[in-house]
Structure formats: structure tokens, C-alpha cells
Write a new protein. Structure first.
Length: 336
């Protein structure tokens, strides 16, 4: 391809895969990181003369991306992945809600002002922006690309779990509001993945502590053999498919699309079944649960209709067995 693109939050779990894919396809990639230390680290991992980084220590202040974009006037695309993700915030409005919303608006404002050659922006949102958590165990409920979660800003301030869901909703809404009000020259697509599983882009990154998504699996690995199957349930997608979708959302002739990424439903028992079947070293160390009964939980879960997104992207999704096996193999190897 040869053109240059920008990836914000380049040192993150999904973003590392996105950078890796873009470089493999011939793009020049400029990544933003919070510190030079993180920039040097991701540069060492990617090991490509086509990768460079800019330090953006805080995405929330107005003009946060101005300097980075002014230094790189030839960019043709922008992948916005930088966003806070923690369930441990003490002041959720200050640590989650405001940074997510302001960071998105500021990125788009900087692109409009300083990125005259940027033709498309891909914003990473989340299925959480669409999902009504109160209907998680309602099999009659289904959401799709038009859905929004009902959590209000006021409700979100009451606990970090709700705040994370709300931050994704309000940050994505900010992106669409910006396009509607400011009418920039660039097109916008959003990527809305469900729970993201799968290996790190580089084996060395699989050491503890892991990112929040991978910690779901880490908690399963730490269960006592006598424990019951974890009460988890939902949809998953492999991180490698998320990275593919990001590039497709940029390259395909599409705009103003919310693209929901979901491979299949899973239950806590399904995770145990895959791990026990594929890792001799874990037998007797993690629970067996009730093998083969994950369908009892899956039947109680709500549904996602992402047929529109699947039709646009045409991704042949990685299944739970491969996603989880590749991920856990890497974790176990890195933490010997």
C-alpha cells in the first residue's frame, strides 16, 4: 500500500495486532503512546523501519493530538484505539467518562484541523456501547448495529462497571456527533467488538499482569480444582479478527458504519472444556465443572444480530477452541 496511517494507543493489546497487520500490508505506521519508554518498547517489538511513534501523554486535553499530526502531514488514515479501560477507578467521571469522550472528540478535532489528507477514521468502540446489560440473560432480547445501551451519565457515576459501559457509549456518540456537526472531509466507521480473547501480538507480552480482557481467562486458570464452573457467559471474538476488521473498515469503500464483531456465544463451562481438552498440564489443577453442559447457559443468553456487519466484512471468525488454546498456550509459556 505504501500510505501512512496513525494508530492511537499503539501499545495496547488490540492496537499491537493492528500495527502488526498494517505493517505486514505495507503501510507506514505512526503510533501514539503515553511515554517514550512505551514507544521504544513497541518499536522494539514491531522491529520495522516503517514504524515510528509520537508521545501523547494524555488524550483528554484539547489539542492533545495536534503536535503529533502536524509532524506527520502525509497521513491517509487514523485508527483511534486509545481509551481508558479499568474497573478500579475511584472517580469514574474523571478517570473513565471524561477521558473517553474528550479523547475521542479531541482526536477528531485534531484530524479535521491538521490531517487534511486523512480520508477515513476507524474508531474502536465496543459492543458494550450497544448492549443492555439488564437483558443479558433474556434469550428473547437481541441487539444489532442500531442499538445503544440505556445507561445514563448519572447512573454511570454510581459504579465503575456501569461507567465503562457508558464511557464506550458516550465516546462513540461523540464521534458520530462530531461528524454530524462538524462535517469533516473524512469518513468514519466504528468497530464494536464483544469480549476479546486470543493471544498477544508478541509472546513476550503475555506475562502477568495481563490486559483486562485476558484477565478473564487468567481468573479461570487460577480457580481451584474443586470450584464450580465460573458463571461467565456472553459472546467472544478473537483479537486477530478484530485487527483484520480494523484494516477492512479502513480499506473497504464503506462509511458511517457501526461494525459489530462477534464470533460465537460462550459459557464458563465452555472455557473449562477447551482448557481441559487441550492442556494436559492443567488437568487436576483447574475445575472440570460439568463437561458438555455449556449449552444450558448459552441458551439463557441474549443474542446479537451482526449479520449486517458480517456481510460487509466477510470475516471467517476464529472459533473458541483455537482462540483460547493459542491464548493460554502463550500465557503458560511466558509465565513458566
Amino acid at each position: 500500500m505504501g500510505s501512512s496511517v496513525f494508530v492511537s494507543g499503539a501499545s495496547g493489546y488490540i492496537a499491537q495486532h493492528v500495527c502488526k497487520n498494517l505493517l505486514k500490508q505495507g503501510y507506514k505506521v505512526v503510533g501514539s503512546v503515553r511515554s517514550a519508554e512505551k514507544g521504544d518498547h513497541i518499536s522494539d517489538l514491531l522491529n520495522s523501519s516503517k514504524f515510528s511513534y509520537e508521545v501523547v501523554p494524555d488524550i483528554e486535553p484539547e489539542g492533545a493530538f495536534d503536535d503529533a499530526l502536524q509532524k506527520n502531514p502525509g497521513l491517509s488514515g487514523f485508527f483511534h484505539l486509545a481509551s481508558p479501560f479499568t474497573f478500579k477507578a475511584k472517580d469514574v467521571e474523571k478517570e473513565l467518562l471524561n477521558p473517553a469522550v474528550n479523547g475521542t472528540w479531541n482526536a477528531l478535532k485534531s484530524i479535521k484541523t491538521n490531517g487534511s489528507k486523512i480520508s477515513k477514521v476507524v474508531v474502536t468502540s465496543s459492543h458494550a456501547a450497544m448492549f443492555d446489560a439488564s437483558k443479558a440473560r433474556d434469550p428473547s432480547y437481541s441487539d444489532n448495529e442500531e442499538s445503544w445501551n440505556p445507561v445514563s451519565w448519572k447512573e454511570a457515576k454510581t459504579n465503575p462497571q456501569l461507567a465503562f459501559i457508558a464511557s464506550k457509549k458516550y465516546a462513540e456518540k461523540a464521534a458520530w456527533d462530531f461528524v454530524a456537526k462538524e462535517k469533516p472531509s473524512f469518513a468514519l466507521n466504528s468497530i464494536n467488538p464483544v469480549f476479546v480473547f486470543g493471544p498477544q501480538a508478541f509472546d513476550s507480552e503475555a506475562k502477568f499482569p495481563l490486559n483486562q480482557s485476558a484477565e478473564i481467562i487468567n481468573r479461570v486458570l487460577k480457580l481451584k480444582p474443586t470450584s464450580k464452573a465460573p458463571g461467565l457467559g456472553g459472546y467472544f471474538v478473537d483479537v486477530r479478527d478484530v485487527a483484520k476488521a480494523q484494516v477492512a473498515a479502513f480499506e473497504k469503500d464503506i462509511s458511517n458504519q457501526r461494525l459489530v464483531l462477534a464470533s460465537a456465544k460462550f459459557a464458563g463451562q465452555d472455557l473449562l472444556d477447551v482448557l481441559n481438552a487441550n492442556f494436559e498440564s492443567l488437568k487436576g489443577k483447574i475445575p472440570q465443572g460439568e463437561p458438555g453442559t455449556g449449552d444450558k447457559v448459552r441458551e439463557q443468553l441474549c443474542s446479537i444480530d451482526n449479520s449486517k456487519s458480517n456481510g460487509i466484512l466477510g470475516i471467517d471468525y476464529i472459533g473458541l477452541d483455537k482462540s483460547l488454546t493459542d491464548m493460554v498456550k502463550q500465557i503458560l509459556e511466558a509465565n513458566k
